[in-house]
Design a protein around this ligand. Structure first.
Ligand code: ATP
Ligand code: MG
Length: 415
């Protein structure tokens, strides 16, 4: 039985999004093109969750329709002819339009070959039943649910279910997607989906490093990534991503702490915590196999190196200037990762003080000022500036007068 979910749509979409969906529906109907709202926004609407993504599928030229719609709305249009897709930006809204496609996989893990198709074809290539629903947007049937795989029923039963037995083989990233949705919605894997997933974990090996990394990044954006990782570990998926990865209690504590420190921890910080217990070769292997971008690689490497300095940072009589000297070459994110991961309270405190205070300490006198006090430019000037900064870090001086006095004392001592 197909439902009409206009009232839920009205609750979950903003008035602007709703008006836009209606406009798109009217324009498509004039061109006799089928048009549908698809994917996550349909699922979330049925769950009563807000979702601002407007993903539209058009039976026919999505680009042609997007041109008309963008003209009508006065929005900015970007088209990708090769994929038959278009994006319109208007005000705060982004609308994605894609041509309905049928697809086939030449080999496992390859990107699919696509051709124009119907909405049924387009839904049949999707990952899970709960993501394979559409809502009609044509004015005559606006809000009517298209649900060929009984996604609605699975939503009500809290189940993540693939559409066919070959699904994880065609595209093994779906295994990581499955655990992400299970965790996000508090759902379960449907029994035969779970069996097929367990049987096919090794298919993750068919997926490029970039695509696996992208899925990991999506997991790290979830509210509680550690729970997704724990489930991925139980299912044998995590070790396929990398053999040294763990989704255990240690990680859970550290991710919770990261969220206390930064309400939404950056991907680099999460990756640094994920790899904190790796050996250096494991870090290198992880960075290379997942094609980590330069900034994240640097944080991972810095964290691994800084971890080796923990004993020095734990020395009882190390002054702030000593901490500063040890830490200044490391990226702040790696220092934060170590502050979260360190066992020693003293080390944690020092790392935090460095991040919040010591690294910002600047002397009032600069090179020019020292020259005016009679110190010629050269290595000695640099050493004096450093000595001044150390004195300031260690609380031996605070004001500009203190600095001037100290420099004059040094000069009188022939330093
Ligand atoms: P989210 O709230 O996480 O964004 P979403 O359902 O919108 O959820 P997207 O990753 O934005 O997920 O993808 C949009 C839609 O594209 C999905 O709902 C799903 O139908 C389809 N999709 C995405 N990735 C795959 C995949 N690997 N295989 C099949 N279908 C996919
Ligand atoms: Mg989405």
């Amino acid at each position: 039985m197909s439902r009409n979910v206009i009232s839920q749509l009205e609750q979950c979409l903003s008035p602007e999004s709703l008006a836009l969906a209606q406009k798109a529906g009217t324009l498509a109907a004039e061109k006799r093109l089928g048009i549908y709202l698809v994917g996550g926004v349909v699922r979330d609407t049925l769950l009563g969750r807000a979702n601002s993504d407007l993903d539209l599928v058009v039976e026919g030229s999505a680009i042609g329709l997007a041109e008309v719609l963008a003209g009508d709305l006065g929005g900015r249009l970007v088209v990708h002819r090769r994929f038959g897709t278009a994006k319109i930006r208007t005000g705060n809204l982004v609308i994605d339009l894609a041509m309905a496609r049928a697809e086939s996989y030449a080999r496992p893990g390859a990107l699919p070959t696509v051709r124009p198709g119907s909405i049924q074809d387009d839904l049949a290539r999707r990952d899970f039943t709960v993501n394979a629903m559409a809502l009609r947007l044509d004015p005559g049937s606006f809000g009517k649910l298209v649900d060929p795989f009984n996604g609605q029923q699975d939503l009500e039963s809290n189940l993540i279910r693939i559409l066919h037995n070959q699904s994880f083989i065609d595209d093994a990233t779906r295994m990581l997607r499955a655990v992400r949705y299970v965790q996000r919605f508090g759902f379960r894997l449907e029994a035969s989906t779970e069996n097929l997933l367990r049987q096919n974990v090794s298919m993750l090996g068919t997926i490029s490093g970039d695509r696996i990394r992208h899925e990991l990044e999506l997991i790290l954006k979830e509210g509680c990534p550690e729970k997704v990782l724990k489930r991925a570990e139980e299912l044998g998926l995590l070790r396929e991503v990398h053999p040294a990865l763990k989704g255990d209690g240690w990680l859970q504590k550290k991710f919770e702490k990261a969220r206390e420190v930064a309400s939404s921890p950056s991907p680099a910080l999460c990756f640094a915590l994920l790899t904190y217990r790796f050996s250096e070769p494991e870090c290198e292997d992880f960075v290379a196999s997942l094609k980590m971008p330069g900034t994240v690689s640097r944080v991972i490497r810095d964290t691994a190196r800084l971890r080796e300095r923990m004993p020095s940072l734990d020395a009882p009589d190390l002054p702030p200037s000593g901490v500063y000297g040890l830490l200044q070459e490391y990226s702040p994110t790696s220092i934060l990762a170590c502050a979260i991961a360190a066992e020693s309270a003293l080390v944690q405190e020092r790392l935090n003080l460095y991040l919040t205070r010591w690294r910002h300490v600047r002397t009032a006198l600069d090179g020019d000022a020292l020259q005016k006090l009679g110190i010629p430019s050269g290595p000695r000037l640099g050493e004096m500036l450093k000595a001044l900064q150390d004195a300031k870090l260690d609380g031996k001086i605070s004001s500009q007068e203190d600095e001037t006095e100290l420099v004059q004392r040094w000069l009188s001592q022939g330093r």
